[in-house]
Design a binder for this molecule. Sequence first.
Ligand SMILES: Cc1cc2nc3c(=O)[nH]c(=O)nc-3n(C[C@H](O)[C@H](O)[C@H](O)COP(=O)(O)O)c2cc1C
Length: 173
Amino acid sequence: MTKDLIDAIQRRRSVRKFKPDPIPDPTIGRILDCGRMAPSAGNIEPWFFYVVKNNDIKHKLAQCSESWIENAPVLIVVVADYDQVMKRYGERGRDLYVLQDTAAATQNMLLAAHGYGIGSCWVGDFDDQKVKQILQIPEEQKPVAIIPLGYPVENEERPAVHKTLSEVVKIIH
Ligand SMILES: Cc1cc2nc3c(=O)[nH]c(=O)nc-3n(C[C@H](O)[C@H](O)[C@H](O)COP(=O)(O)O)c2cc1C
């Protein structure tokens, strides 16, 4: 059993308040690398990651998302590339796989960040078209998540997991 992995899954919580300290580039690289290691349908790897450190661009992204994300030293914008997935899998690729693939990449990065002591949050609340415009994302690609990254301010209130295992599991014997 990889105890560190189990600990990371159990201890990760969304972080929305960050210290201004920069994140070293090699660490950002390793987090991104964990994103690209995610499973994907047909191994297409239909993702692209924009790494935003520029304050003006972060400000613009925060204006079409949630304002607090501007305070993160780094924003990763996870983008889904629909072209290849739709060519291979059609509607199922468009409606299911491409979103699952990029969700898996997103979760990998949240856990990797946690592993490096970096706080993060999965942000889905943004205006797709405005984000596309700001980052000049190609037509066939769609932003699916923003991941603010930064060293967490301690003692932040975080919600507890509120559903028990028996509420969400049905065992079929
Ligand atoms: C698909 C998705 C979209 C989310 N969008 C937002 C968001 O826009 N803003 C935000 O503050 N948190 C967002 N979250 C984070 C959730 O609020 C958070 O994961 C949940 O409250 C459980 O808390 P935890 O991450 O600390 O376990 C999102 C999470 C997911 C999975």
